[in-house]
Design a protein around this ligand. Structure first.
Ligand code: TIU
Length: 231
């Protein structure tokens, strides 16, 4: 099915919906819940919760149409062998990666804080990419899986807009993927960083890709913009 989404800076056209994937980034407790990594960085994590219903609507629409969904989680092995010292030492806070907080060791895979929030829990057949960096391609299988499934168009959602989402979108763009960032399904701890990222993405005729609202994406998919979720 041809998909046309009324996006900025101009319509986003997907030749066939089978080539499209939704990439939901890092909606994990470490970033969204009090006591996690985002909190330890000194942020008000409640800001990020506001997008959950919108991300759920996208997730539900992709599921209903049988389209591909990837989720990502930022986290490291328990021995932190995949966490470069430069990343470990960054932040200069009391608590850092690997330290024990109320949700277990921060940004360590398998700990409670590394879990995707229950509202967006993946189905068993959906792929979760664990990643040691900010971008979803670095040291992961994402590129391999996108090639395997012949995906060329990525719809991005999740957190944080200017860190993991933007890094991934720029990297995907350089790799030849056509990327659209859903502006009300991504959020930042710093509102102006989100707005700046959206503006940068669509500047220069879409130098990194497109932006659109979730309603515009759902309308393009032929899904009801008003569809709600029961979970
Ligand atoms: N997922 C993601 O964006 N990781 C971060 O570390 N974000 C910050 O905003 N620090």
């Amino acid at each position: 099915m041809l998909v046309t989404i009324q996006a900025q800076p101009y319509p986003y056209v997907v030749p066939d919906s089978s080539k499209l994937a939704l990439v939901i980034m890092d909606m994990q407790r470490d970033f969204l819940d009090p006591g996690g990594f985002g909190d330890a960085l000194g942020h008000d994590v409640s800001r990020l919760r506001t997008i959950v219903p919108t991300v759920q609507r996208l997730q539900q629409a992709f599921r209903q149409q049988g389209l591909t969904i990837f989720q990502t989680v930022e986290g490291h092995r328990p021995n932190l062998a995949d966490c470069p010292p430069a990343k470990l030492q960054r932040g200069r806070r009391d608590l850092t990666i690997g330290d024990r907080g109320p949700m277990g060791r921060m940004l360590v895979l398998g700990e409670p804080g590394s879990a995707i929030i229950p509202e967006l829990a993946p189905l068993p057949q959906e792929t979760v990419i664990t990643k040691p960096g900010k971008g979803a391609f670095y040291n992961t299988h994402l590129g391999f899986l996108l090639q395997t499934y012949d995906i060329s168009h990525l719809i991005l959602a999740g957190v944080t807009t200017e860190v993991c989402v933007q890094t991934t979108m720029r990297d995907a763009n350089d790799r030849g993927y056509e990327c659209l960032l859903v502006d009300d399904a991504t959020e930042s701890y710093v509102p102006e960083f989100k707005q700046a990222t959206l503006a940068m993405v669509r500047a220069q005729g879409g130098t990194v890709g497109w932006t659109a609202t979730a309603d515009q994406v759902l309308a393009g998919l032929g899904a009801s913009p008003l569809s709600t979720t029961t979970s």
